[in-house]
Write a protein that binds this ligand. Sequence first.
Ligand code: ADP
Length: 395
Amino acid sequence: MKNILVINAGSSSVKLSVFDVTKQDLTKIIHARAVRLFHQDAQITINDKEERVLVEKDLAEITVKEPNHKVAIEFFLGWLSQQPEINIEAVGHRVVHGGPKYSRPVVLTDDVISDLEAFKPLAPLHQEHNLAPIHVIKNLYADLLQIACFDTAFHQTMPDVAKRFALPGKYYKEGVMRYGFHGLSYEYILEALSEQQSIDNKKIVIAHLGNGASMCAIENGKSIATTMSFTPLDGLVMGTRCGDLDPGVILHLLTHYELSSTDITDLLYRKSGLLGLSEETNNMRKLLSSNSKTCVEAIDLFCYQVNRFIGMLVAELGGIDQIVFTAGIGENSAVIRAKICMLASWIGVEIDAESNENNENKISGQSSAVEVFVIPTNEALMIANHTHRMMNNSK
Ligand code: ADP
């Protein structure tokens, strides 16, 4: 069997998916998830395509050092090497930041890797972890084709006016601009949507509402604006990230509270958002099941911000035909979708309560001025498709 391995590394977890590429439509045959990395209870679970658990292993048992990405990936590759029917021919990585340079997937040569190393400060919570598996595989299998697929690449089509901050031109020239993220998810959603209908001339807002959350304005299948910008910190309220913030607040944190840049990074990336507001959890499901005032306020602010950014994106599009909800919250929470759509009734959104409750593909009512869809995202498949294309091109 010919296979592709897709790696999506987060700060304390890594998802690994093996795709069979022998047929036209790629299918996921194995997936693994290592969680709680850097902690003594770090664990990896490997499942087959029927979700049967094949392996469950405490990573601390197999290392005397800390159970990090390297330990998890080496364990998984060791397990894969004992599966005679699996032959990994290429590896596709999700890499959050492609900087100003990369507008499409790219083969990970030494030069590309050093470029990506230089982008670490642009995504301190992500880039370093995305690079860790690339180095592990390069050390073990130097000749294996590795491809980077970027979250930023999809937004390179944004016009200059949507990319610029009002800072002196020198900073723009040196890469201080709005990049936007979640591009692989947006790309996947558009492919899925265009299998249902033509998206030519359509004005679409996609709301990727997960632990990380952003929204994107699409015209004629291309990104023209998005809520995240220079880093994945901007825009919507997220699980632990603050989203939209007056830069004056950061100056105040530095001068009045005398926080260091490390403290501020920790505050804005890890302690803010739904977690900071609720003072309980970043998990939307838990927030919805709590009656505490702070949890209710956190949910209200989340929905308020989504509607606020719908306003911004509709203005950038000059109208709107469709809204698509995706990612953990967008795909699964009828309550949150209903709240957001209620707030967005000013653009003529009306949802059908039953379709919404059932997480159906189309949840807008007959008389809604805007069609509303729920489409599960699949970033791993998008990466596998890109990697497959690059694999064929490199032959
Ligand atoms: P990530 O950005 O980490 O990939 P996900 O897209 O998996 O995040 O989304 C995780 C979020 O989705 C969590 O806040 C989780 O509580 C929320 N979520 C998942 N299922 C539901 C549900 N049925 N109702 C409400 N929230 C949900």
